[in-house]
Design a protein around this ligand. Structure first.
Ligand code: MG
Length: 279
């Protein structure tokens, strides 16, 4: 099992470099050894780009801890756009997107990647008639992942930790965990990251290191910041994750700003300093 050490500070690949093929080499040259990969255009999952992508990944020597699943037509511009376009919660897109998720599982299997991760969108209430079909869809994806010896990690933050915990219990599959993103709890104003870490505890199977400040206006997204300049208390959070038994990679994420690559490299130094000080 991976220890929580500076060597395990990784990066969200296309935050560093937008070119999906070149990004592997860029990350390796910057000294990263572990990454999460971003969602691909759906046509890459079946088209000629598929082999190019596998080759670029293999040649880089990087370890891919998890592949992020995403879908064509998603927009994270604001909360209404997210509600309308993101994830598996949209009934009319669910069947198609479920098939796309299974294509990711097959690709990850070929690439030796042990997990998929993804935003599923804002989870409907348990009393909503659309909740059971969402649970069934997740089970079908989880069973496909299990056949490939993979886990699936629900990205945190679009809902309070308790909602995600309930969903995990309802789906009831042993290969379902969460990818803990403290910045998202702040961006969406859904929970306190330290409290959320305690709620999700042993389910935490991946971690994104992203920072943010809350919005002062209800119903709007907060603002992402470089790591260390937002509201996440990294010293306390890393200690808390360790206490809950998390020993996997810490994946830096920086999705906006004028120079994300510089922020990611600075973020790595900050996290390394905290780990070396014995967080
Ligand atoms: Mg994230």
């Amino acid at each position: 099992m991976l220890s929580m050490s500076p060597e395990q500070i990784g990066v969200m690949l296309n935050n560093l470099e937008r070119d999906r093929l070149r990004a592997f080499d860029v990350a390796a040259r910057l000294g990263f050894r572990v990454v999460h990969t971003n969602a691909l255009p759906e046509k890459w999952l079946t088209g000629p780009e598929r082999e190019q992508y596998k080759t670029a990944a293999r040649q880089s020597g990087l370890t891919i801890a998890s592949m992020f699943v995403g879908f064509d037509g998603q927009s994270y511009a604001d909360i209404p756009s997210i509600r309308r376009t993101v994830g598996l919660v949209i009934p009319e897109l669910r069947q198609h997107r479920s098939q796309v998720a299974k294509l990711y599982s097959a690709l990850a299997h070929e690439m030796g990647v042990p997990s998929l991760s993804g935003h599923i969108g804002f989870v409907p209430s348990r009393t909503d008639p659309d909740y059971p079909p969402l649970v069934e869809t997740l089970r079908a994806i989880l069973d496909c992942c299990a056949a490939h010896d993979q886990t699936f990690h629900l990205e945190t933050g679009q809902d309070p930790a308790d909602v995600l915990l309930q969903l995990v219990r309802d789906v009831d599959r042993p290969n379902l965990g969460v990818n803990f993103d403290p910045g998202n709890f702040i961006l969406y104003g859904t929970d306190d990251p330290l409290r959320a870490a305690d709620v999700l505890g042993p389910l935490i199977s991946g971690v994104h290191c992203k920072d943010a400040v809350r919005s002062e206006q209800d119903g709007t997204l907060g603002t992402e910041t470089p790591l260390g300049q937002g509201e996440v208390n990294w010293v306390l959070l890393l200690g808390r994750l360790r206490d809950h038994g998390y020993r996997g990679p810490l994946i830096l994420e920086r999705e906006s700003g004028p120079d994300p690559a510089a922020d990611l490299v600075a973020g790595r130094a900050l996290l390394a300093a905290i780990l070396q000080a014995g967080a």
